[in-house]
Design a protein around this ligand. Structure first.
Ligand code: SAH
Length: 347
């Protein structure tokens, strides 16, 4: 039986250097191969043209390069592009390219499916199958960057971890991917242009603060009242708002980085004055801003976007309390590429 070859991209640069030394070659060869694998992102050993034929064959005998494949690509009338990305084991995740006049954002997935159970999110209906590896996260970004250059003639400027999955439930791999994305040997992007969005896992928010990460944090809050939040995001029963609050205070004390709250206003759920007042209070625990995001319907009509008056009330009350608020328009709805709509429907 053939022994299973190892994914070469699971090796760190040092491990790759050691491997070459163990083969009687120079450590430097490891650097060359590392560069092909990451900053040049080649899919085959064959493409590593400054490596000798024998060495390429030796790599071929020992390793595989598990690359993602963009399976289907859909373009929205507003320029948004959704990739269905096939992983080496046949599972599929989605990532989205969102161009605006000032920036090009990649929205990437961190897990296949999701273990959380937010009632309003399409991804929650897929059970969590597995975590993505660092290279699978990195590859999504590379694919979107290439599409951005192709369709919009400019490189990617921002990344948000708002695709499928809960990034803080796959923390180590997300961190490794961000290391590659920000390192000069990878894409050399600034961590300030990366946002990790979480539904709020207090222990992991504290861990991020301890790790002194340089990227930005967004929290999908949706309600600052425990009963309401638990009714739409049931895991809130396990991680209540008091724990979240404590973790966010810790985060701010350590990083001095302001927090963004993602917030959808739904008819009959969180569209009353008491909901806004609770949000205002929550926003005062640590410097923050609020993104009011549009609801993207996911079929059965249980949730409905609140009317304009409710959104205006949120905006006015937040502003009157000196809290920065933006009202965000949804993109790519016609191809199910908007927030919370990623559910592998294109196949
Ligand atoms: N698990 C992470 C990241 C994925 S969700 C998180 O919860 O933040 C990305 C964002 O889309 C979150 O703010 C989420 O609350 C929001 N979202 C989910 N379903 C949505 C829907 N149907 N309409 C609008 N936003 C939605």
């Amino acid at each position: 039986m053939e022994t299973k070859k190892k994914d070469i991209r699971a090796l760190t640069k040092d491990q790759l250097r050691d491997f070459f030394v163990s083969q009687g070659d120079k450590a430097f060869r490891g650097n060359q191969v590392y560069e092909w694998l990451w900053s040049k992102s080649v899919h085959t050993f064959e493409d590593m043209t400054n490596i000798s034929k024998e060495t390429r064959q030796m790599l071929e005998d020992n390793f595989v390069i598990n690359h993602i494949q963009v399976d289907t690509l859909q373009r929205s009338s507003d320029g948004t592009v959704k990739n269905a990305v096939k992983l080496h084991d046949g599972l599929v995740v989605e990532s989205v390219l969102i161009p605006t006049s000032t920036r090009t954002t990649a929205c990437v997935s961190s897990q296949v499916g999701c273990s959380l159970d937010c009632k309003f999110c399409a991804t929650a209906r897929l059970k969590r199958m597995r975590n993505l590896n660092p290279d699978e996260i990195y590859d999504q970004v590379v694919a979107i960057d290439r599409e951005s250059r192709l369709y919009n003639d400019r490189p990617l400027s921002n990344i948000v971890f708002m695709g499928m999955g809960e990034p803080l439930m796959n923390y180590n791999n997300v961190l490794k991917a961000i290391d590659k994305i920000t390192s000069p040997e990878g894409l050399g992007m600034s961590p300030k242009r990366i946002v990790v969005s979480t539904s709020g896992v207090p222990k992991m928010i504290k861990k991020m603060a301890d790790d002194e990460v340089k990227f930005k944090l967004a929290v999908s809050l949706h309600s600052a009242i425990d009963e309401v939040r638990t009714s739409i995001m049931p895991f809130n029963a396990t991680f209540p708002l008091s724990d979240l609050r404590e973790a966010l205070e810790y985060w701010y004390a350590k990083t001095k980085n302001r927090i963004t709250y993602e917030y959808v206003v739904w008819k009959g759920i969180n569209d009353k004055r008491k909901d806004v007042d609770a949000l205002v209070k929550f926003c005062k625990f640590a410097p923050s801003k609020v993104n009011l995001i549009e609801y993207n319907p996911i079929d059965d009509g249980e949730f409905q976007q609140a009317n304009t008056e409710a959104i205006d009330m949120y905006q006015n009350v937040l502003e009157a309390n000196n809290i920065t608020v933006t009202v965000r328009r949804s993109r790519g709805k016609d191809i199910d590429a908007a927030c919370g709509q990623l559910a592998n429907k294109s196949k």
